[in-house]
Design a protein around this ligand. Structure first.
Ligand SMILES: [Zn+2]
Length: 309
C-alpha cells in the first residue's frame, strides 16, 4: 500500500468513489462549474462538510519529498483526495479539466461534460427530462455558447435557419437549443427584458426567465443571440401572439387593441402586464455589449409578421 493510501486509511477518509459522486452532485448544485481546489476554499469546505469531516481530517497533510530540490513539501490530504477523484472523473470524460475549461471561462475550473451532467442528474434523482430546462453548464454546450457570443454582428442579418430541424430533434440541435437559452438568459442577467422580473427555483437549479426567439422557432428562426430576447413567461406569451413589438431603438410598441381590452383582462391585482407597457414609451433592458443586442432585421420581421397594430 502506498504512503498516500495508508494516510487515507489512517485518517478514515471517504473513498475516492464516494468523493467522485459528491463532486458530481456539487457540480450540479453550482451550475456545472466549480473552482480548482487550490483556489476554491469554499467548495473544498462545502464537500468536506457534506462528509462531516472533522478538523483533524481537514487539516491532515501529506509529506512529499522533492529529491531534486532536496526539500519536503506538505500538501493537504483532503485536497489530494479531491484532486484524485476529479482526475478520475476527467479520465472517464465526466468533467473537463481546468486546463481545458480555462479556454471557455478564462478561469481554472472543473466543468461537467454532457456525460457527467447525465450522471449527476441520476445521482441527484432528478429526471433526465428536466435536463433541457436547466441552465447547468456543460463543456460541449459552453463551446457553442462561446461561438454564439463571439460570432461577428453582420450588417444584414438573415434570422432564418434553412437547415433547421423543426420536427425531429438531433443531439446537435438539442445542444444548440440549450446553448441558445444559456447565451440569451445569461446576457440579460436572468431578467425579463420587459419587466426585469428575476427569480429562480428554491433549489437554485432553474430560472423563471425564458429565451424567446424573435423570429419564432416554428418559422425556422435561428437559435442565435441576435434573434433572441430574455422574457418572463407572461411577456414571452404576449410577444409571441403580437401584443407588443420593438421599434429599432428598442422602444416597446404596444398594439392599439389594448384600448379595447376589457378592464379585467391581463390584471394581476393592481399590475396590468400589457397595459403597463403602453403608459410610457419604455425601452427594453438590454445586455451591456451592443454587438449581441437583437438585430434590426429580426425585430423588423416581428413587427411586420407577428405584431397586431
Ligand atoms: Zn416580464
Amino acid at each position: 500500500m502506498s504512503y498516500e493510501s495508508k494516510m487515507f486509511e489512517q485518517f478514515a477518509m471517504p473513498t475516492r468513489k464516494q468523493v467522485e459522486q459528491a463532486l458530481l452532485r456539487a457540480l450540479l448544485k453550482h451550475g456545472g462549474i466549480i473552482k480548482e481546489f487550490g483556489a476554491g476554499e469554499e467548495i473544498v469546505d462545502e464537500i468536506a462538510s457534506d462528509f462531516g469531516l472533522t478538523e483533524h481530517q481537514r487539516s491532515a497533510f501529506l509529506r512529499t519529498v522533492y529529491r531534486k530540490e532536496n526539500r519536503i513539501k506538505k500538501s493537504l490530504l483532503w485536497h489530494r483526495l479531491l484532486f484524485r477523484a476529479a482526475d478520475s472523473l476527467a479520465k472517464e470524460k465526466l468533467v473537463s479539466r481546468p486546463t481545458q475549461t480555462i479556454h471557455l471561462t478564462d478561469r481554472k475550473e472543473w466543468m461537467l461534460t454532457e456525460k457527467g451532467f447525465d450522471e449527476a442528474l441520476k445521482l441527484s434523482n432528478i429526471p433526465a427530462a428536466r435536463k433541457d430546462f436547466l441552465p447547468t453548464k456543460s463543456y460541449e454546450v459552453q463551446k457553442i455558447v462561446k461561438k454564439i457570443n463571439e460570432s461577428p454582428r453582420p450588417e444584414n442579418y438573415n434570422p432564418f435557419d434553412k437547415e433547421k430541424k423543426v420536427i425531429k430533434a438531433t443531439r446537435e440541435s438539442v445542444m444548440r437549443t440549450r446553448a441558445f437559452r444559456q447565451a440569451v438568459i445569461e446576457a440579460y442577467r436572468y431578467k425579463c427584458a420587459i419587466c426585469e422580473m428575476k427569480i429562480n427555483s428554491p433549489d437554485s437549479l432553474s430560472w423563471e426567465v425564458e429565451a424567446a426567439h424573435i423570429v419564432p422557432h416554428s418559422s425556422m428562426g435561428r437559435d442565435d443571440i441576435l434573434n433572441g430576447l430574455a422574457l418572463c413567461h407572461l411577456h414571452h406569451w404576449a410577444f409571441d401572439v403580437g401584443w407588443f413589438t420593438l421599434i429599432d431603438d428598442y422602444t416597446i410598441n404596444v398594439s392599439s387593441k389594448v384600448h379595447s381590452l376589457p378592464s379585467d383582462f391581463g390584471r394581476i391585482g393592481d399590475y396590468e402586464f400589457i397595459r403597463v407597457l403602453s403608459s410610457k414609451r419604455k425601452k427594453i433592458h438590454l445586455p451591456c455589449r451592443s454587438e449581441i443586442h437583437p438585430h434590426h432585421d429580426a425585430i423588423r420581421w416581428h413587427r411586420q409578421n407577428v405584431f397586431h397594430q
